[in-house]
Write a protein that binds this ligand. Structure first.
Ligand SMILES: Cc1cc2nc3c(=O)[nH]c(=O)nc-3n(C[C@H](O)[C@H](O)[C@H](O)COP(=O)(O)OP(=O)(O)OC[C@H]3O[C@@H](n4cnc5c(N)ncnc54)[C@H](O)[C@@H]3O)c2cc1C
Length: 464
C-alpha cells in the first residue's frame, strides 16, 4: 500500500509538530527547511566552548500541547516545571542589594492563589493594590469569542478598570510583555485576556513555569528529528520552497518546487513564519495574504553575559525601573561548570528600540544594569558577552491583529497552514506553534481529499 505523501514546508516547532503528527497517522513525510539548521525560532549556537540559545524560552503549565510535544520527544525532565515564584527586583539608589517583592502563588484556588502576593506587592500603593482585583475579575469575565475585544488595547481596558500607569508598568506589563511581546499600550485586549484567563485566573497551577536546562536544539530538534528518521521521513535542510504546483483547475496541490526541482505531494503543510508564507501561498488558497503581511512582527533580543563567578542567586528574576526585564541563570544549559562562573541570559521583549543598536552598546548598558541590580556583579569579571536578536520574533499582537490571523484550512483541500501566526487563539508562543501543527494535520485528516489516490489503491488491493 502506498502511504499518502505529505510535504511539510518549514521545520520550526509548528513544522516539527506537524511532521510528528503525520507519522503518527502513518503518512509518508518529507520535511523541508530553508535554513541550514532546524528549529525555526528556537535554536542554539556555540561560542567559545559554551552553548547559547537564540532567546530564553519559557512555558507555563497551561501549555498542554507544548507539554505533549516534550513528552512525545521524551525530554520532559529536561524542562521541568516549578511553582510560580518570581522575585521582582528594583535597583537601589544607595547601591545596596535590590529591593525584592515576589509574585508567587499559594495553594488556594484561583484567583485567590495570587491574592496574598499581590496584596503585598510593594511597588504599588495600598490604593493601587486594592484595585488589582477589580481589573482581574473583569478580565476573567471577558468572552474570548467576542471579536470586539480585538478593537481595544489592553491598557485602555486596564484604565477603565481603575489601573494607574504605574500599575500597568510594574505589574500588568511585567506579565503581558514577555507573553505577547508588545506593551499593554499597543496590545490587543483579546490576546491579553487569553493570557491572563488561561495562565493566571482559571487554575491555581496554570502559571507554574518551566524552561529548558539543555540547549533548545537538544530539547526540541534533535529528539524530534530522531523520531522522524526512525519513521522513515525524508528530512532536508537548505531546501527553500519557492512555489506550490497546482493541478489544472487549481483545486489541488500536487507538489512543491525546491531549487527548480518538483517534489510530488498528496498534501502540503506550509509551516513557515508569517513573513514567508505569503511568498509561496497560491492565490487559489483563498487566504488573505495581504492581511497576513499586515500582521507585522515584534523583536526580542537577548544579552548573554558570562561572569567568572556567581553574581545572581535566583534561577530567574524580573526587573522594574531597569531595562532588564527578565534575567535567567543559563549556566547549566550553556555547559559552563558552576565552579567556573555564571552564564546569565537577559531577555528583552518588545525590543523595538534595542533591536537596531550595536552589540557593544547593548552589552555595556546591560552589564552596567546588572551591576546596579546585583552588587556582586561589580566585583566579578565579565569574561564573555554576546547579543542574539530576532527581528521577527513574533507576530505583532497589536489591536486588530486577531482579524488578520488565518485559520489552518485553505480553499485547497490538501493544502493547510501551520505556524504561530495562524488563528490558534494563543499568542505567538511555543504552545501556539505546536497547536497549529496539531490542527494542520487534524484538518488534513478531516479533509481526506488528499488520500483519494491511495484509498483507491488500497481498496483495489483489499479487493484482490
Ligand atoms: C528570542 C525569542 C524568544 C521567545 N521566547 C518565547 C518564550 O519564552 N515562550 C514561548 O512560548 N515562545 C517564545 N518565543 C516564540 C516562539 O519561539 C515561536 O512562537 C515559535 O518558535 C514559532 O514557531 P513556528 O514553527 O510557528 O515558526 P518558526 O519557528 O519561524 O519556523 C518557521 C520555519 O520555516 C522555515 N521557512 C520559511 N520559509 C521557508 C521556505 N520557503 N521553505 C522552507 N522553509 C521555510 C524557516 O526557516 C523556519 O525554520 C520566542 C521567540 C523568539 C525568537
Amino acid at each position: 500500500m502506498t502511504r499518502p505523501h505529505v510535504v511539510i514546508v518549514g521545520a520550526g516547532l509548528a513544522g516539527l509538530t506537524a511532521a510528528l503528527e503525520a507519522v503518527d497517522h502513518d503518512l509518508q513525510v518529507t520535511l523541508l527547511e530553508a535554513r541550514p539548521r532546524f528549529g525555526g525560532g528556537t535554536w542554539s549556537f556555540e561560542r567559545k566552548g559554551l552553548t547559547f540559545d537564540n532567546g530564553q524560552h519559557v512555558y507555563l503549565a497551561c501549555c498542554t500541547s507544548y507539554r505533549r510535544y516534550l513528552e512525545r520527544c521524551g525530554v520532559t525532565k529536561s524542562a521541568p516545571l516549578s511553582r510560580l515564584s518570581i522575585p521582582v527586583l528594583q535597583p537601589r539608589q544607595d547601591g545596596g542589594e535590590p529591593t525584592v517583592s515576589w509574585i508567587r502563588r499559594s495553594g488556594l484556588p484561583a484567583p485567590l492563589h495570587l491574592a496574598r502576593s499581590l496584596s503585598s506587592y510593594r511597588y504599588l500603593s495600598l490604593g493601587e493594590r486594592a484595585k488589582i482585583g477589580w481589573a482581574a475579575l473583569a478580565l476573567r469575565r471577558l468572552d474570548l469569542f467576542d471579536p470586539a475585544l480585538d478593537d481595544e488595547t489592553f491598557a485602555s481596558f486596564l484604565r477603565r478598570h481603575g489601573q494607574s500607569q504605574r500599575a500597568i508598568d510594574v505589574l500588568w506589563d511585567l506579565i503581558a510583555l514577555p507573553t505577547i511581546n508588545v506593551r499593554a499600550e499597543e496590545a490587543s485586549l483579546l490576546l491579553a485576556a487569553k493570557v491572563f484567563q488561561t495562565g493566571l485566573l482559571a487554575n491555581s497551577d496554570a502559571a507554574d513555569i518551566g524552561w529548558s536546562r539543555v540547549p533548545l536544539t537538544q530539547l526540541h530538534v534533535e529528539p524530534a528529528l530522531g523520531i522522524l528518521e526512525r519513521a522513515g521521513a525524508s528530512i532536508r535542510d537548505r531546501a527553500k520552497v519557492s512555489s506550490m504546483v497546482l493541478d489544472d483547475d487549481a483545486r489541488r496541490v500536487t507538489g512543491v518546487v525546491v531549487d527548480g526541482e518538483t517534489i510530488d505531494a498528496d498534501a502540503v503543510v506550509i509551516a513557515t513564519n508569517a513573513e514567508s508564507v505569503t511568498k509561496i501561498l497560491p492565490a487559489a488558497a483563498g487566504t488573505d495574504r495581504e492581511g497576513v503581511d499586515r500582521l507585522g512582527s515584534s523583536p526580542i533580543i537577548d544579552v548573554h553575559l558570562v561572569y567568572d563567578q556567581k553574581v545572581m542567586d535566583y534561577r530567574v528574576a524580573a526587573g522594574i525601573d531597569t531595562p532588564v526585564q527578565f534575567v535567567f541563570d543559563a549556566t547549566e544549559a550553556s555547559g559552563l561548570p558552576a565552579s567556573d562562573g555564571q552564564c546569565l541570559a537577559i531577555s528583552v521583549s518588545g525590543a523595538d528600540e534595542e533591536h537596531g543598536e550595536r552589540p557593544e552598546v547593548l552589552i555595556d548598558r546591560y552589564a552596567r544594569e546588572m551591576e546596579r541590580i546585583f552588587p556582586r556583579a561589580r566585583r566579578a569579571t565579565l569574561v564573555d558577552a554576546v547579543v542574539s536578536r530576532e527581528h521577527h520574533a513574533t507576530f505583532r499582537a497589536s489591536v486588530g491583529s486577531q482579524k488578520l490571523r488565518p485559520g489552518v484550512a485553505t480553499a485547497i483541500s490538501n493544502l493547510v497552514l501551520a505556524g504561530t501566526y495562524t488563528d490558534t487563539g494563543w499568542p505567538a508562543t511555543m504552545e501556539g506553534a505546536v497547536r497549529s501543527g496539531e490542527q494542520a494535520i487534524a484538518q488534513l485528516m478531516t479533509n481526506r481529499a488528499y488520500l483519494k489516490g491511495s484509498e483507491v489503491e488500497m481498496s483495489q488491493r483489499e479487493a484482490s
